[in-house]
Design a protein around this ligand. Structure first.
Ligand SMILES: [Zn+2]
Ligand SMILES: [Zn+2]
Length: 377
């Protein structure tokens, strides 16, 4: 659902948009709405003058630093196309300065903290092998600093924080007992309510981490906490005012529908295509919302449900939808959603090249699958 900053063939455009932002910093005022910061020295509060009062998005790439340790233990500056064997470290300076810096932006809506690999890939603090003790401490201190700032109302209560992960949060964590991590519990009590409902958990932000895969997800994740989803929801329901209503509302249900994973396909010729597929976690969130809210999804209007699903095609919730003929919903996902009881109709999703126009005659998007099967890996 989040700023898919770059889904595919993206780096040049992000790099150039970062360059544009830097030019804007010098030349335009006060309409700067997005900042891209590459080094911790830029996190001086001095930068936060009036001209940046409209900033809504800040991307901080200096939190993670990459270095290359070769056999003779020399640390090299990594080069562009050598992405193997890189060691990731958390930058202490950035970890300390980030929150006080961010408190200067009254209109801030989202902040990403992470790094930019030498090959250009932007990533949060995902599972990157062994984490050194000092890095664990820096990361938990940073998350605690966000919790404190939210509690003190020094940060807006609609700010989304992307890219961070509790060092204890991983897929191999104990699924049967609740973590006692105070950092994550405090985050669930302090971060904006809606963002807590969307926390990643138990390393779910790491699930797309397969560096071999060409179709690496570029999603920027919300805070990944070391608590089970059930525990997060329990804290919301029991400890956050309005928590239950917000968590199990129709509005949240519809917003969950708009969070299928979006991939961008860039064909050799023609326009780019947007393919949406719901993974098991996304379907699980939808299913759990139905169960806990005791909502009768059959009563929801088909138009509202269809529109909500189609929000998945947008880059993020603030963006308009691409043209319909560029949007494809994966067949499996259509049937998965319908089996949850949603009242939806193929005809509202299939494009001209997926069926013959005669309703219910040839509903299988055969052509889609034979041509574009690779999109669904
Ligand atoms: Zn710099
Ligand atoms: Zn934790």
């Amino acid at each position: 659902m989040w700023a898919l900053v770059m889904d595919f063939l993206p780096y040049q455009s992000v790099l150039s948009s970062a360059a544009v932002s830097r030019a804007m910093l010098r030349e335009t005022m006060p309409l700067v709405t997005m900042l891209h910061l590459d080094c911790s020295a830029q996190l001086h509060a001095g930068v936060a003058s009036l001209r940046y009062r409209d900033v809504r998005d800040i991307y901080i790439y200096s939190l993670l630093r990459y270095s290359h340790v070769d056999e003779d233990d020399e640390v090299d500056e990594p080069d562009m196309d050598d992405d193997e064997g890189l060691t990731t470290q958390v930058d202490a300076d950035t970890a300390v300065r980030a929150v006080p810096f961010l408190c200067h932006f009254p209109k801030l809506e989202r902040v990403f903290l992470g790094g930019r690999r030498p090959n250009g890939r932007v990533e949060g603090f995902i599972c990157s092998g062994d984490i050194m003790d000092e890095d664990r401490e820096r990361m938990t201190t940073l998350i605690d600093a966000f919790s404190g700032a939210f509690r003190a109302r020094a940060l807006a209560n609609n700010l989304w924080v992307l890219g961070l992960r509790c060092p204890r949060s991983s897929r191999t964590a104990n699924m049967f007992s609740d973590s006692t991590c105070l950092t994550c519990r405090a985050a669930c009590r302090s971060f904006p309510l809606e963002s807590v409902a969307d926390f990643e958990c138990e390393g779910s932000s790491c699930k797309n981490l397969s560096r071999n895969s060409f179709y690496y997800s570029e999603k920027l994740y919300s805070l990944d906490v070391c608590l089970r989803r059930e525990k997060i929801e329990e804290i919301i329901v029991e400890e956050r005012p309005g928590g239950r209503d917000s968590l199990y509302s129709e509005a949240r249900f519809l917003s969950l529908l708009g969070r299928g994973t979006r991939k961008i396909v860039v064909p050799d010729e023609g326009k780019e295509l947007f393919v949406v597929k719901y993974n098991e976690d996304e379907l699980g969130d939808i299913r759990r919302c139905i169960v806990h809210s005791r909502m009768n999804v059959k009563m929801l209007s088909s138009a509202a449900v269809t529109d909500a699903i189609k929000r998945s095609f947008a880059e993020d919730e603030r963006d308009p939808l691409p043209p319909r003929d560029q949007c494809y919903l994966a067949q499996n996902s259509f049937y998965d959603l319908r089996s949850l009881g949603l009242v939806i109709d193929e005809a509202n999703f299939l494009n001209a090249d997926e069926w013959d126009g005669k309703k219910h005659v040839s509903i299988h998007p055969v052509q889609l699958f034979s041509n574009y099967n690779w999109r669904f890996t």
